[in-house]
Design a protein around this ligand. Structure first.
Ligand code: F6R
Length: 248
């Protein structure tokens, strides 16, 4: 099914639009399981959601599940995805930290940690998954070439992703080389998907994801096969969509 695409005035408006749909889901399904991404893209969603909570939305029964986590950083390292989600989501929404589940990137046995996380997600079922997109079309840490049948697994970050993420660390050397990530098949099991992207640097990946061939070389292109995907973009991220559909 073709994803629904909304083009909003700016990333703040995009965040507000996504947050409104998530708030509506929580009102009808108070014990929803919501998959959350890290990085810059979803931050306006979390800011807007915090506004709903301050206005009285009850999120105490929601379970929040991270998409991915670096491998090899101590759990409380400030750049671990758990720490990032505690700052961006748990604190502003006044959540119980136990309601946030993250793959255990500090585990002695990362393969078992991946399998345990996959089992947890499969048992609960994800009602709605929030996604950003990498400039190379990755979702989660599923880099180009990842199998469409992948479940939660240990993966290597590409150099381009390490460089893109180096802005959060004091240097490229500090960026981990490996991670645990929900796989593409895991992401596809979510009942609904909300992808948010902003800025021209995402335009090519967005256009390939939505209108390009469905190929493991562009992991996000698998979303064309999902029955309920909502894509919310600013004008920059949407800037190649018309051109790309016209070329088909
Ligand atoms: C984050 C994640 C990544 C990011 C992507 C975009 O948990 O898994 O796929 O969503 O790299 O990152 P930003 O939003 O920082 O541009």
């Amino acid at each position: 099914m073709t994803p629904t695409v909304d083009i909003t005035a700016d990333t703040r408006a995009a965040g507000e639009a996504v947050a409104a749909r998530i708030a509506a889901l929580i009102r009808t399904t108070p014990d929803a399981v919501i998959g959350v991404a890290t990085g810059s893209s979803p931050l306006p969603v979390y800011t807007a959601l915090a506004g709903y909570v301050d206005a009285g939305l009850d999120v105490t029964r929601v379970t929040w599940c991270a998409l991915d986590e670096y491998l090899g950083l101590p759990t409380h390292h400030p750049q671990s995805y758990r720490a990032e989600l505690e700052r961006a989501l748990v604190a502003p929404l006044h959540l119980d930290p136990a309601s946030l589940r993250v793959p255990d990137g500090a585990a002695d046995d990362p393969d078992k940690a991946a399998a345990d996380y996959e089992a947890f997600l499969a048992e609960r079922g994800v009602d709605l998954q929030i996604l950003g997109i990498g400039r190379n079309g990755h979702i989660g840490f599923n880099e180009p070439g990842t199998s469409f049948t992948s479940t939660t697994h240990r993966a290597r970050l590409t150099e381009s992703t390490r460089k893109a993420n180096a802005r959060f660390f004091s240097g490229l050397d500090e960026v981990p080389h490996e991670c645990l990530t929900q796989g593409l098949a895991t992401i596809m099991r979510a009942r609904r998907i909300e992808l948010i992207a902003g800025g021209e640097q995402k335009a090519d990946a967005v256009a390939r994801a939505l209108h390009g061939p469905i190929t493991e070389q562009c992991p996000a292109s698998i979303l064309q096969r999902h029955p309920d995907v909502h894509v919310t973009l600013d004008a920059g991220a949407a800037s190649l969509l018309v051109e790309h559909s016209a070329r088909r």
